[in-house]
Design a protein around this ligand. Structure first.
Ligand SMILES: NC(=O)c1ccc[n+]([C@@H]2O[C@H](COP(=O)([O-])OP(=O)(O)OC[C@H]3O[C@@H](n4cnc5c(N)ncnc54)[C@H](O)[C@@H]3O)[C@@H](O)[C@H]2O)c1
Length: 346
């Protein structure tokens, strides 16, 4: 076994193989395991070494599927002492209790979204990461969507957003409201696009099939003058995941599912529209965005940060920022529900 100091020396000077663990072998943790395994098979300097789950049958099944070692608890993994980085894919309420001992043991972490259940927990994660000098990334997957990545260089002054994330009901992630489950993806994207403080927020939402909020709508008004309307539902009959926004002379439409981006640009110096053909001065572009699976791009970026000791693309501050807005939205929804006396929200 390598001593820690030997490990870091060879690690920084070469493409030393990073041994990773996935903590939580549920629906999404299995995806992390699959992608680490695929990266390893494709020649990346990474090795999926361990799977940890409180349910040993699950840990065993996923570990067997991808040729890793199974552990029934984090303590067992930590005594093994072979891991340098880990994905934390346990339910949100356990993110802090899982990521803290990992970081204290010198392990870098990719923590699934939302970063934590409360801001106090998010702050504690940041404090531990700083104290133990760990790379800590939050799993805001859509940052790695090829269409989103192609949008950043085109941003100038976004003024109005319409965002829809609708999904059909499935009995997963029901421990949290739809705002923390689904809308938080879009909150993170809009906040990263607009980069301006929120001045006002109006929200409505309702429980439909569960005791938590299943459908929600929010209007965010930013200091820059930008307004964003976001709708998220997990009780829809169709699946839609789109961000559409306007900025001077441009309309951009992102389809997360198809990973494509459409850009409509009005030529400001162009001639007036031809009567009956108002689109004659509009240019349409579909920038080539590639189609790498977002989770693959996310895990590659995490491994790069681990190897180079550089700030991750989605640092803990960004996870906290999205969580903070999500919690404000939930408070506004509760207040609205009580004001209009929605029976299940009293
Ligand atoms: N980025 C995304 O698009 C995305 C999508 C789905 C889920 N997620 C996030 O991933 C996380 C997991 O979600 P999921 O849908 O896979 O949940 P899940 O319920 O399917 O799986 C969670 C697993 O964690 C295990 N577990 C619970 N507590 C544990 C503990 N203390 N130690 C070890 N194992 C423990 C459970 O036995 C279970 O196997 C959540 O934070 C969720 O928000 C992210």
């Amino acid at each position: 076994m390598l001593r820690h100091s030997d490990y870091w020396e060879s690690f920084l000077n070469s493409t030393f193989r990073i041994n990773v663990a996935v903590i939580g072998a549920g629906a999404f943790g299995r995806n992390h395991a699959r992608v680490y395994h695929e990266l390893e098979q494709q020649g990346e300097a990474v090795h999926l070494a361990a799977i940890v789950d409180a349910d040993p049958v699950r840990a065993d099944a996923v570990a067997r599927e991808f040729g890793a070692r199974a552990f029934g608890s984090l303590d067992q993994l930590l005594t093994w002492n072979e891991i340098q980085a880990a994905s934390v894919a346990v339910p949100t309420q356990f993110h802090l209790a899982t990521a803290r001992p990992l970081m204290e043991a010198g392990i870098d972490v990719l923590i699934e979204k939302p970063i934590a259940a409360t801001l106090a927990e998010a702050d504690e994660l940041a404090q531990v990461a700083k104290q133990y000098q760990r790379i800590a990334q939050v799993g805001h997957l859509e940052r790695f969507n090829a269409a989103v990545r192609a949008t950043y260089p085109l941003l100038n002054h976004p003024l109005f957003f319409e965002v829809h994330r609708l999904s059909v009901f499935s009995p997963r992630s029901l421990d949290v409201d739809v705002v923390l489950d689904l809308m938080i993806h879009d909150l993170d994207i809009v906040l990263s696009f607009v980069n301006s403080p929120i001045e006002r927020l109006h929200a409505v939402g309702l429980p439909v099939l569960t005791s938590k909020v299943d459908i929600a709508n929010v209007r965010l008004e930013f200091a820059s003058g930008c307004v964003a309307n976001l709708t998220a539902s997990r009780v829809s009959t169709e699946r839609v995941r789109k961000v559409r926004f306007f900025q001077p002379h441009q309309y951009l439409s992102i389809d997360y599912g198809r990973q494509d981006l459409l850009v409509f640009t009005v030529d400001p110096s162009g001639t007036n529209p031809v009567p009956g053909q108002p689109d004659s001065m509009i240019k349409v572009a579909k920038p080539v965005v590639g189609a790498e699976e977002p989770l693959r791009a996310e895990l590659r970026a995490f491994l790069h940060s681990v190897r180079t000791r550089t700030q991750p693309v989605v640092p803990l501050e960004d996870g906290r920022r999205a969580l903070s807005v999500a919690l404000d939205i939930l408070s506004a929804i509760r207040e609205h529900g009580q004001r209009i006396q929605v029976p299940s929200m009293q």
